[in-house]
Structure formats: C-alpha cells, structure tokens
Design a protein around this ligand. Structure first.
Ligand SMILES: [Zn+2]
Ligand SMILES: [Zn+2]
Length: 103
C-alpha cells in the first residue's frame, strides 16, 4: 500500500518538474535574447558626463536609459560552469551563476 502511494507521488512530482523545466527554458531564452545593452551605467558617461559612442553606446547614459534586467529564476543559485571548470568566466560579475560562495 505504502509503495503505491509513493509511486503516484513521484509521478505527480515528475510532471511538475518537467513543466517547470520547460518554463525555465523559455525564461532562459528571454534572458539570453535580451542582451546586456543598457543594463548598466556607462563608466565614461558617469565620469565625464559624455560618451564618444553617443546613442550607440552599449551602456546606459543615466538612470532613465537603464533597462531592467530579466533575472533567471535560478539567478546565482547555481555555481558557474566556467568557474567550476577552472576557467575565467567572460560574463564576470554579470554572470547569472555564482562565482563564489560569498556572492
Ligand atoms: Zn557610453
Ligand atoms: Zn560565470
């Protein structure tokens, strides 16, 4: 009796996990497609009040240009694969994964 109950519970859990997984994949795609443009303030613009790239700059010139970033639901809950592999992660502090336990 007990065994059957466990099995049906596992089955329900399995369905839930796979739909979560699909939703997560969709969000992952959103996160990927949004790019990183204008999600951070421009260093040059902040420093000297203007920027040679003008409106083509990848960074925001002021708070009003700053775009909200879609965070992955697992944002920094998992360790970065690059760092785990002993490599330098190209995303640096913008990486969606953890680079250290203190982050
Ligand atoms: Zn700029
Ligand atoms: Zn990383």
């Amino acid at each position: 009796m007990k065994k059957i109950n466990n099995n049906s519970a596992n089955l329900q859990l399995g369905v839930q996990v796979s739909s979560d997984w699909r939703r997560e994949k969709a969000i992952e795609l959103d996160v990927y497609n949004q790019g990183m443009a204008k999600t951070e303030l421009c260093d040059t613009w902040e420093e000297i009040g203007s920027c040679p790239y003008g409106e083509h700059c990848q960074f925001a010139h002021g708070i009003t240009e700053l775009r909200p970033v879609i965070r992955h639901p697992r944002y920094k809950t998992q360790a970065c694969r690059m760092v785990l592999a002993g490599q330098i992660c190209p995303y640096g502090h913008r990486c969606h994964f953890r680079h250290s336990l203190t982050e």
